[in-house]
Structures are given as structure tokens and as C-alpha cells.
Design a protein around this ligand. Structure first.
Ligand SMILES: Cc1ncc(COP(=O)(O)O)c(C=O)c1O
Length: 315
């Protein structure tokens, strides 16, 4: 089923440039050994910056902002935030002012992500971690007329609508969908859009993310029983990595020529391949995994992608 939604003409014009992302079959010895048919929804290819689930999650929120006559988009994130990166770029394209509340003190040298935000005209407001936590729960109470507030990660109900369109692009004939899970908004959109017989697996990228199921249930308008969140592949926490994960990513990239990052899609695929190797999927399953983009985040890992170069708490 194709959902047709009308958007502001300037967003419509960006959408027509982006088109649909490809669905690519993945060849890998582990898959053939277990007779698993894996396809990757390459949302990372949608746009060099507004890529992956970022475009899906932002489009209807920004459309809402435009319909309200707002000229300023305000949001929050860490020093490597994919969300702020996409928002700043999109704001610039649309001629809108953008403001980003950044977690933590201003560093002497901006991260590559923050340098991009500044170059695209985003006003950077650095706030303490305590104030950041307050902002996360309360939003921006004193926002000025013309300002539109987007929560961390762009996670609000309107985000689900764009994600559902991604599912429409998958067609039919698949048994499971796998995706990485941060706030759970993308997962909720996928759950709402897939046919009932399809199972959905979200791979949590945070440690101790058991609260996520409640969050996802809040996004959903009614109960669904075809989904679960897997908590075993966070590698110790958000943006943390380990030699096993990095070796998997190197090998996957060498075999498939698909670029990965270790924060979201890398972790999800590691978990998915572990499930395949453990025989958790029956032979003959057709699985779609969503590449949610965020490749700019690789710049936080330096040339060797050494985890010691990353301050994981700043993501
Ligand atoms: C690249 C990437 N993938 C996946 C996610 C997780 O999406 P969600 O927060 O909707 O669970 C994010 C965060 O928004 C992200 O930046």
C-alpha cells in the first residue's frame, strides 16, 4: 500500500531529488550456509547528509514547522549527532534558521560534525549535561514565536509517518525486518507499517535500554505482537565498540562494498549475523535489514576507528 501525503513544495522538491533508496541483496558465506536471504534497504544512499532514517524522521516534522509558518528549527544532540547534522543541512537548504543545543562544554576544537553544523549556519548553544537532561524531558519551554522544537533524535509522532513510507518501498515477500534502535521511533514506524505476519527486530544500541519497549508501545496507537528488541549487542554502551565489532565491520565492508558505521547499522548487522549463525532464523527466511545511514559518525573514530579516540558520552 502506498501512502500519499502532501508536503510543502520546497520539501516536495527535495523529496523528488532523493527518490527511493535501493534494496540490495547481500551475499555472505554465513547467509548461504544458513540459507538466509538478506536484503539491505540502503537508506544511507538517499542523500550524502540527510540520509538514512534522518530524512524519514524529519520530513513531516519540518513540514509541520513550515505549515505553522515557523522560520527556525530548534533541537538538541551530542557532538557527533546525526540528527543535528541532517537538520542543519536541511534547514540550510530550506532557508530556515537552525539552533542546536549541544550536550557538554564547548570543546576547543569542534568535532567535524559540529564544524559542519556551524558552516551550515546552525547556531550552537552548548549546555551542561544536567541542563541537557532537563531539556530532554521538558523540551524548550521558553521558545520564541516562529521557532519549532524537535526533540532529541527528531523522535516525535510525526517521525513515524516518514518511516512508514520507507516500509512501503519494500514491497511484499519478506518475513522479517531488522533495524538499529536508539529512541525507538524508527522501530515504531516500521512496526506500524509492515504486514502483520512480518516480524520486526530492533537491535538496541544503548546499554540498559529495557525502557525502550515502553517507549515504543507509547508511539504505537494499539498493541502489536510481532516485534521485539534485542539487547545483547550494545557493546557496552552508546557508540562503544570492540575489536570483534570492528573486525566484523571490516569483513562485511570488504565482502559487500557497503560502508558501515559502528554506532547503529554496524551493531545491528553484527547482531543479525550472530542470530543467523546461531540458527535463530529458519532456513529460507527473507530478511530486510535497514541501513539507517549516519556514516558521518565514522569521523569520530579517527583513521583506525580506534574507540579511544571517541568520547562516547558526547554522541
Ligand atoms: C544513523 C541512525 N540510525 C538509527 C538511529 C536510531 O533511530 P531511533 O532513534 O528512531 O531509534 C539513529 C538515531 O536517530 C541514527 O542516527
Amino acid at each position: 500500500m502506498q501512502r500519499a501525503h502532501f508536503m510543502h513544495p520546497s520539501l516536495q522538491s527535495i523529496e523528488s531529488q532523493l527518490g527511493h533508496s535501493p534494496l540490495t541483496q547481500i551475499a555472505h558465506p554465513v547467509l548461504s550456509q544458513h540459507k538466509i536471504d538478506l536484503w539491505l534497504k540502503r537508506d544511507d544512499l538517499l542523500h550524502p547528509v540527510i540520509s538514512g532514517n534522518k530524512w524519514r524522521k524529519l520530513k513531516y516534522s519540518v513540514d509541520h514547522a513550515l505549515s505553522l509558518g515557523c522560520d527556525t528549527l530548534v533541537s538538541m544532540g551530542g557532538a557527533y549527532s546525526n540528527h543535528l547534522h541532517a537538520l542543519a543541512c536541511l534547514g540550510k537548504k530550506l532557508g530556515m534558521h537552525t539552533i542546536g543545543y549541544i550536550r557538554g562544554e564547548r570543546l576547543q576544537n569542534l568535532t567535524p560534525t559540529l564544524s559542519d553544523l556551524a558552516a551550515w549556519g546552525m547556531e550552537l548553544r552548548f549546555i551542561s549535561r544536567a541542563d541537557y537532561r532537563t531539556l530532554r524531558w521538558q523540551g524548550l519551554p521558553g521558545k520564541l514565536p516562529g521557532q519549532y522544537w524537535l526533540p532529541e533524535g527528531g523522535a516525535q509522532t510525526l517521525a513515524l509517518k516518514g518511516v512508514m513510507e520507507m516500509v512501503d518501498e519494500l514491497g511484499t515477500g519478506y518475513d522479517s525486518v531488522c533495524l538499529p534502535c536508539g529512541t525507538g521511533a524508527t522501530l515504531a514506524g516500521v512496526i506500524q507499517a509492515v504486514p502483520k505476519r512480518v516480524s520486526v527486530l530492533g537491535f538496541a544500541v544503548f546499554r540498559k535500554a529495557e525502557f525502550l519497549s515502553d517507549d515504543v508501545n507509547r508511539w504505537l496507537r494499539r498493541p502489536y505482537n510481532n516485534w521485539q528488541i534485542v539487547h545483547d549487542y550494545s557493546f557496552g554502551g552508546f557508540a562503544k565498540t570492540g575489536p570483534e565489532l570492528m573486525a566484523f565491520i571490516e569483513c562485511f565492508q570488504a565482502l559487500t562494498a557497503v560502508p558501515l558505521e559502528p554506532v547503529y547499522t554496524g551493531k545491528m548487522l553484527f547482531g543479525l549475523f550472530d542470530w543467523v549463525a546461531k540458527g535463530y532464523f529458519p532456513p529460507g527466511q527473507r530478511i530486510v535489514a535497514v541501513h539507517t545511514g549516519g556514516l558521518q559518525g565514522n569521523r569520530g573514530y579517527g583513521h583506525q576507528r580506534d574507540q579511544h579516540t571517541v568520547n562516547a558520552n558526547d554522541r
